[in-house]
Design a protein around this ligand. Sequence first.
Ligand code: 13P
Ligand code: SF4
Length: 316
Amino acid sequence: MFKGSTEELKIEINRLRTNKNAVVLAHNYQIPEIQDIADYVGDSLGLSRQAAKTDADIIVFCGVHFMAETASIISPEKKVLIPDLDAGCSLADSITGDQLKAWKAQYPEAVVVSYINTTAEVKAQSDYCCTSSNAVGIVNSIPEEKQILFLPDKFLGAYTEMVTGRELTIWQGACHVHEKIGELNLAEKQREYPDAEILIHPECGCSTSCMMKSAMYFDCKDAHVYSTSGMLERAQESDAGEFVVATEIGILHRMQKENPGKEFFAASEDSVCDYMKMITLENLRDALDYEQFEVKVPADLAEKALLPIERMLQIS
Ligand code: 13P
Ligand code: SF4
């Protein structure tokens, strides 16, 4: 591994990405140094769009494995790299291709809507993909008489059910970081910052009670549910000066940077996705230099997995 100061690492990364015509895409939860050096920082939908339109030869994905896999499905002619192959996702791991096959067999007429946080095997058996920013629009685009299997996140599923008014059959998966962000975290922060606006990611445990207006411990009146990039847009548009943010804490870096006059507080300081934090300047540099670790979805699987992603990109 290259050893050098942060400045030397940044110079190396810039040199390598220019020489190799590579683009660095980073998720909103990445460590600040990665967000600051990336060519594009965004949510899952924005990152998929970037992967589709880039003319770079190499995409280095600073995020988790399913995101790199999605980029490889969308742009099979590009070399897609992830700096650490162990950067996984507990939510994507909550349903396997075999489990989906068995679930579908119970509901042969149903339409399958899969969150983008899934493996290529799961996407390949799905009718539509969705992200946190377009789940409502995707479900609304499906004829009302159709039964929908929604997977794998139970909180995003419940949120989508409430906004669309549709009854969904929901897989009971969850993200280990977001499911722990509950009402009591918000209640505590609301006591501390009574004037703060509350921004909630739909994967959070607290999003359901908030949407049902049944929260017992905190007041939902100033709460809004958004994807990570939706939260960032809201932070800029809102007149509020303080925000309590219910999602992974990596997002606070960009929020603070884009809104220097406003203050942002994590609903829970423990909300850290260790998978997202596996990407560092060191392994990003090595990824560019040694062109490692390639994420390549086999062509037959990629072809099937592309259909639900393309449907999603057309609708949203
Ligand atoms: P976003 O698409 O809202 O960025 O969410 C991705 C994710 O993994 C949330 O945990
Ligand atoms: Fe997956 Fe949760 Fe990490 Fe998002 S925060 S990448 S859903 S484990």
